[in-house]
Design a protein around this ligand. Sequence first.
Ligand SMILES: Nc1ncnc2c1ncn2[C@@H]1O[C@H](COP(=O)(O)OP(=O)(O)OP(=O)(O)O)[C@@H](O)[C@H]1O
Ligand SMILES: [Mg+2]
Length: 136
Amino acid sequence: MGDEEQFYRLISNLIINAIQYTPAEGQVTVVLDHSDHQALIQIQDTGIGIAPSEQTQIFDRFYRVNSDRSRHTGGSGLGLAIAKAIVQAHQGGLQVHSELGKGSTFTIRLPLGVTSPLYKERQKAESRRQKGRKTF
Ligand SMILES: Nc1ncnc2c1ncn2[C@@H]1O[C@H](COP(=O)(O)OP(=O)(O)OP(=O)(O)O)[C@@H](O)[C@H]1O
Ligand SMILES: [Mg+2]
C-alpha cells in the first residue's frame, strides 16, 4: 500500500503528540477501521485541546501553540507538517477535531492501493539491484 517507514512516522508523530499534550491521568486511544476503499486511523486524546483559531495553523511548519502548557515540551513544530505531507503523498486526508481543555482527535483517511512516489522510486532501485545481482 505504501512506504512502511513513512506510515510509522505518520502514526508515531500523532501518538507522541497525543501523549505529550495530555496530562498523566489522561487517556490516549488509537482506533483502526477500514472499508473496501480506505483505511481510517484515529488518534484520540483527553489532553489540553487546541483552540479553533489554531486548528489550521498547527499543520504549518514550525508552528507551535503559544501556551505555557505546550511550550514546555520543547518540540520543533514539525511533527504535524511531516504527518500532513505523508498523508498527502498517499492522496489521503488528515483532520483535527478538538476542544480546548477537553482533548483532540486526529483522523487519518488513506485510500487503499495508493503508493507514494518516494516508495515507487525505492521499489525501482531495489529491482535494479536485484537484476544487477543476477548478472554477476
Ligand atoms: N494532541 C494535541 N493536543 C494539543 N495540542 C497539540 C496536539 N498535537 C499538536 N498540538 C499543538 O500543535 C503544535 C504543532 O504540533 P507538531 O507536532 O507539529 O509540533 P511539536 O509537537 O511542537 O514539535 P515536534 O513534533 O516537531 O517535536 C504543538 O506545538 C501543539 O501546540
Ligand atoms: Mg509533535
